[in-house]
Design a protein around this ligand. Structure first.
Ligand code: NAD
Ligand code: TYD
Length: 358
């Protein structure tokens, strides 16, 4: 079996759902269920009877992690758990340092103790896969080449600094202790189940409600977008065939300015929804004060994972964005529960007071 952390969040839940489309290998899912964790994302697994167990807890809780490792004896640990929103890291960096850095450290130590007791064959086959971000590389000028795995780390926000620190720990646990680690550094994701504090779902839902669309600064900051299902297939491929100690950049060659993204959403809504506002949904765009330290451009050079592991994304940004928009339109109940906060009571409603869901 595999142990996934943070698997009730956006990417983690997509990964677990995607896993069971390709495997019947059991998953234990350790998630603290912060505001970003939503067990409802995994509801389909309950219906299908997939061998999935959600355990509410912290990656920094060494006793709990040790117990899960001892009881379930995973062949791999995949670490998605993190505080992930840059704006929140500006308002309150402490949780970012605590989970992304301290939590990853404690998880690595618990995993190292477990791994060191495995038989030779099991230890060689074991993998610790750390899910990270392109934001650790800092910001690019308009004509700079895209980030490669050799680009020096230069994080600029409390979020990216805490992720960069976690990547360094993971690297050191390989070099010093020979723990067989893999790290992926992926560009901005979008797709189903993304919490509506991030750009794409926020803009879709505000537009549908005819609320202002707040674009930071001049809207010319560039992100390199990848559909979450392509990120999940990259992680599966790296787990399967990645070389221990290596890092892999993941991206889909889809650089877009924020204004292009928001205009694209507005254009789709003009055609998908009846009675668009006068002047179209674009008329809702408002330029607002910029984010402090706002990175100007990210771009991923994904040649290593493409050439070494044969991974290719299957969505274009245009089809991925349209499908994502349609997903949000079709899942108004999920959206309603996220917005009202009712999703935070999912565990109690569905599993009583038990902290662990089958
Ligand atoms: P998310 O915020 O949607 O989900 C994070 C999950 O981790 C939540 O379910 C939360 O409850 C859980 N969590 C938080 N602290 C925890 C702790 N101490 N112990 C256990 N669980 C905890 O984030 P996401 O967008 O799904 O990102 C997942 C990972 O992918 C993160 O490591 C992030 O840095 C990385 N990443 C994200 C993107 C992106 O565009 N969203 C891009 C590249 C990499
Ligand atoms: P975000 O989704 O927060 O991801 P990240 O900061 O990790 O790249 O933001 C994506 C881009 O969109 C980023 O340049 C900031 C910008 N943005 C806005 O212009 N308005 C918003 O309301 C938000 C949330 C983001």
């Amino acid at each position: 079996m595999i142990l996934v952390t943070g698997g009730a969040g956006f990417i983690g839940s997509n990964f677990v759902l995607d896993w069971f489309l390709h495997h019947d290998e059991p998953v234990v899912n350790l998630d603290k269920l912060t505001y970003a964790g939503n067990p409802e994302n995994l509801a389909a697994l309950q219906q299908s009877g997939a061998p999935h167990q959600l355990v509410q807890g912290d990656i920094g809780d060494t006793g709990l992690v040790e117990r899960l490792l001892r009881e379930h004896r995973p062949r791999a640990v995949l670490n998605f758990a993190a505080e992930s929103h840059v704006d929140r890291s500006i308002h309150g960096p402490a949780d970012f340092v605590e989970t992304n850095l301290g939590g990853t450290f404690r998880l690595l130590e618990a995993v190292r103790a477990y791994w060191s007791e495995l038989s030779r064959g099991e230890a060689d086959a074991f993998r610790f896969l750390h899910v990270s971000t392109d934001e650790v590389y800092g910001t690019l000028g308009p004509d700079d080449p895209a980030f490669t795995e050799q680009t020096p780390y230069s994080p600029n926000s409390p979020y990216s600094a805490s992720k960069a620190g976690s990547d360094h720990l993971v690297r050191a646990w390989f070099h010093t202790f020979r723990l067989p680690v893999l790290t992926t550094n992926c560009s901005n994701n979008y797709g189903p189940f993304q919490f509506p504090e991030k750009l794409i779902p926020l803009m879709i839902l505000n537009a549908v409600d005819r609320q202002p669309l707040p674009v930071y600064g001049d809207g010319q900051n560039i992100r390199d977008w990848l559909h979450v299902s392509d990120h999940c297939s990259a992680i599966r491929r790296v787990l399967e065939a990645g070389r221990p100690g290596e890092t892999y950049n993941v991206g889909g060659d889809s650089e877009r300015s924020n204004l292009q993204v928001v205009n694209g959403i507005c254009h789709l809504l003009d055609h998908l929804l009846p009675h668009p506002p006068a002047g179209g949904y674009k008329s809702l765009i408002q330029f607002v004060q910029d984010r402090p330290g706002h990175d100007r451009r990210y771009a991923i050079d994904a040649r290593k994972i493409r050439q070494e592991l044969g991974w290719v994304p299957s969505n274009t940004f245009e089809t991925g964005l349209e499908n994502t928009l349609k997903w949000y339109l079709a899942h108004s109940e999920w959206v309603g529960r996220v917005r009202s906060g009712a999703y935070r009571h999912w565990m109690e409603t569905h599993y009583g007071s038990a902290r662990s869901a089958p």
